[in-house]
Write a protein that binds this ligand. Sequence first.
Ligand code: AMP
Ligand code: GLY
Length: 425
Amino acid sequence: MKVLVVGGGGREHALVWKIAQSPLVSQVYCTPGNPGTASLAVNVPIKADEIDKLLGFAKSEGIDLTVVGPEQPLSLGIVDLFQEYGLKVFGPSRAAARIEASKAFSKDLMRKYDIPTAAYGVFTEVEPAEAFIRQTGAPIVVKADGLAAGKGVVVALTVEEAAAAVREMLSGNAFGSAGSRVVIEEFLEGEEASFLAITDGKEVIPLASAQDHKAIFDGDRGPNTGGMGAYSPAPVVTPQVHDAAMEQVVRRAVAGMAAEGCPYRGVLYAGLMVKDGQVKTLEFNARFGDPECQPLLMRMKSDLVPLLLAVAEGSLAGRSIEWHDQAAVCVVMAAEGYPGEVTKGDAISGLEAADMLEGVTVFHAGTTERDGAVVTSGGRVLGVTALGTTVAAAIARAYQGVGTINWRGVQFRRDIGQKALNRGV
Ligand code: AMP
Ligand code: GLY
């Protein structure tokens, strides 16, 4: 069968890498893809948000299954559109993707269906928002309602900082219309985990546990990014936490979405805060996490394609997923300036040498080809991902890979996976 992967980041390179291994698949296409996907798939220059063009391509090429990586096409209704034309597609409908696309929708769903989360208020005007901030006190968290590539959240340490974030967002300066409504919520303490599951709207199968590293600098300091590294399994997800995440968060969300008339199909990603074995939901995402997808797919033993098809067809019941015992760690290498304005076009050295290391796969994200050389073209440039018998072994290999790669201004965190080591894993 022919499979189309929509997107061009590290997550999509990992999806292409895994899907291309399936004996069911004769050809993979990636739109727009990147130099990494080019070695495994046919890259087609259509952007992920050009959903009409994507439909035209899928129809003319006779695509049997489309897998949507990023959130934008989901929130534009790519799944609804493809289904209208009888095409199989993996991902939630436009209505169901609101679980990520609107933080107010998502928080209201959590409240209605008793999904544990931080106390919150939703505001469109500065004055009541500031009153809420003064009443709650700091630290406090301000979130733009709409999509902001993981950067629309300010964890404010003072009331003044929170009020400034609210004014910035509501004025439209910070995130345009995505910030015309804000969610303000109680600050939660604890350790974060990324809990992902696939669902066809009824049946739910959890993926292996994972942990992301959202802040730009070591020790979780500095502004938030899309994610600077991830690993699996994550020992913060104890059996007790796993059960709480499944029963109190994911199953309630899936049942709630069905009750709301927008059944959820695809990957449901719950961002969790874990403290003393209790979970609270920070957010839902309507897609695979990036970079969590990279270590998760390296650990997945099962063929991914039958699972994606079963989700698209609503026939997930009776299936299961097998995992390799090995751990996997992904270290993101980012361009100078990320998560702000970045410099582009810097030549990357050492890619082949890193890829040749045992157990190491370099997933491309913000790269492009210029005169036969691979150069930087975005914020997160590469995800150097490694398998190892333990998290510690996988960390060592991933950083060995990172050590062979270089470009002007490269930045990466040096403490990816450290929280697992702190737990004695
Ligand atoms: P979100 O996109 O809502 O997951 O927020 C991005 C990041 O901000 C999270 O991964 C956390 O690191 C942080 N964050 C969000 N909400 C809270 C909260 N209520 N308390 C503490 N940190 C938070
Ligand atoms: N790594 C977090 C995300 O994909 O949203």
